[in-house]
Design a protein around this ligand. Structure first.
Ligand SMILES: *[C@@H]1O[C@H](CO)[C@@H](O)[C@H](O)[C@H]1NC(C)=O
Ligand SMILES: *[C@@H]1O[C@H](CO)[C@@H](O)[C@H](O)[C@H]1NC(C)=O
Ligand SMILES: *[C@@H]1O[C@H](CO)[C@@H](O)[C@H](O)[C@H]1NC(C)=O
Length: 402
């Protein structure tokens, strides 16, 4: 087997001196609330070059191009989720008069220059579309009173939102154990909103009650996330290729994750050992590695490293380590990149529901199979006299955490 010399070409920030073409301002909002109008801005510094075109793509499909030589210079192409107002668009700065869930995606601006250099720079960023829930999650099925040993079978349902809510159950301020939870599939409406449900099922035991009462709260957590991509590392398997550094024409986001490590040359059989580092955040960034646009296998990943800073924010690092094989190459090239997903946490709690415990044990009773009602077998020994009630504490807990 011939020795493959693998050259690692790392496009590094600040090394674009080969080209005079630079993106000056690139602005795609990470998040837009559904319906909101947005500007997508892309401007450039040409220096000595002459502009040929500015193109905007969403998920690799072109929807706008600006060619100074054309009449009119700005043109749009119909695309789902794109609502351009051409009258307001100015060169690379484009205006969307509204957004909907189809507007979500990765937006790329590409600026190219004329002869003789034909240079291209591009940058991309994801925009997500969010819809906040308009109400608190609701709890269904709580009975006013439970007997010892009786099955508590209740459900929490979130108001429609995007992204979907993650639900949690709290029994007397303690999070419910995972084995008592059942998660029916999330439903998605036609407008792209999600409704989550979490069922809590357990047998009522005295320890579930504090002074005879059980307090139940359901919490909806919405992680409003956006994903940033790192620069891409290109590794070539072609030993005859001139060993010259080729810079990616992707401009680098300054707040995106960075790749550290990596050698300038690899052979098949060598170990690639690189790390992806996200800027600090709270909650910690979620990192993913991609090899040729496919997510890296878990066995290629090193344990996640986290450094907690004084202000509570966390720096996250994820290592990628694997032996270079022929199959990692597509057309003699392998591309590596990582993504960091940063989230803002939005929490919303249900109203508090309370239930009481009856002194009576379940085995002293029998359940009417038709109505589900618990009946006393011997009414003469009935100790029950509590009045059933559900107290709804009007504590509107809307917490925002960052
Ligand atoms: C985007 O461009 C428009 C028009 O040039 C401008 O009004 C707006 O302030 C710009 N937005 C940002 C965030 O740069
Ligand atoms: C729990 O409640 C749901 C509906 O609320 C019902 O379909 C299900 O059979 C119940 N399960 C038990 C074990 O009681
Ligand atoms: C390797 O690169 C050289 C120069 O770019 C090219 O001529 C040659 O065909 C490539 N070899 C293979 C096997 O692709």
């Amino acid at each position: 087997m011939g020795l493959f010399v693998v050259v690692i070409l790392i496009a590094m920030a600040g090394q674009y001196s080969v080209s005079t073409l630079k993106l000056r301002d690139f602005n795609v909002p990470d998040v837009a609330m559904r319906g909101e109008a947005v500007w997508l801005n892309c401007s450039y510094d040409l220096e000595r070059d002459k502009l040929y075109s500015i193109k905007w793509h969403k998920n690799n499909v072109e929807f706008y191009r600006y060619l100074p030589e054309d009449n009119p210079p700005g043109q749009k192409y119909e695309l789902l989720g794109i609502y351009l107002d051409l009258d307001l668009c100015k060169e690379g700065n484009i205006y969307m008069s509204k957004t909907d869930v189809h507007s979500e995606g990765i937006y790329r601006c590409e600026v190219s220059t004329e002869a003789p250099f034909f240079r291209t720079v591009k940058r991309e960023r994801e925009m997500r579309i969010y819809v906040n829930p308009t109400s608190k999650p609701v709890i269904r099925g709580v009975k006013p009173q439970y007997f010892r040993g009786e099955v508590v079978n209740i459900s929490c349902i979130s108001a429609p939102s995007r992204p979907k809510a993650i639900l949690k159950w709290w029994i007397n301020d303690q999070e419910a154990p995972i084995e008592d939870l059942f998660r029916p599939p999330t439903t998605e409406s036609l407008e792209g909103l999600f409704i989550s449900e979490l069922i809590l099922k357990f047998r009522a035991r005295p320890h579930h009650f504090k002074d005879g009462r059980m307090k139940l709260i359901c919490e909806a957590i919405i992680l409003q996330a956006h994903t940033l991509r790192s620069e891409e590392i290109h590794i070539s398997s072609n030993s005859t290729m001139p060993r010259k550094t080729i810079f990616s024409d992707y401009d680098v986001e300054n707040d995106g994750p960075t790749i550290i490590g990596g050698k300038s040359k690899y052979d098949v059989g060598d170990v690639v050992d690189v790390k992806c580092t996200a800027s600090k955040s709270q909650p910690p960034a979620e990192l993913h590695w991609y090899i040729n646009d496919r997510e890296a296998k878990p066995e290629y990943l090193l344990p996640l490293e986290q450094i907690v800073h004084g202000d509570g924010s966390v720096s996250t690092k994820l290592g990628l380590q694997f032996v270079v094989k022929h199959r990692h190459f597509q057309k003699h090239e392998m591309r590596l990149r990582c993504t960091a997903t940063l989230s803002k946490v939005r929490k919303m709690s249900s109203e508090v529901q309370e239930a009481e415990i009856s002194e009576q044990h379940m085995s002293d009773l029998h359940v009417d199979l038709d109505t589900g009602e618990v009946l006393n077998r011997s009414p003469g020994t009935c100790k029950m006299h509590q009045i059933a009630r559900i107290s709804t504490l009007l504590s509107f807990l809307i917490l925002y955490a960052h």
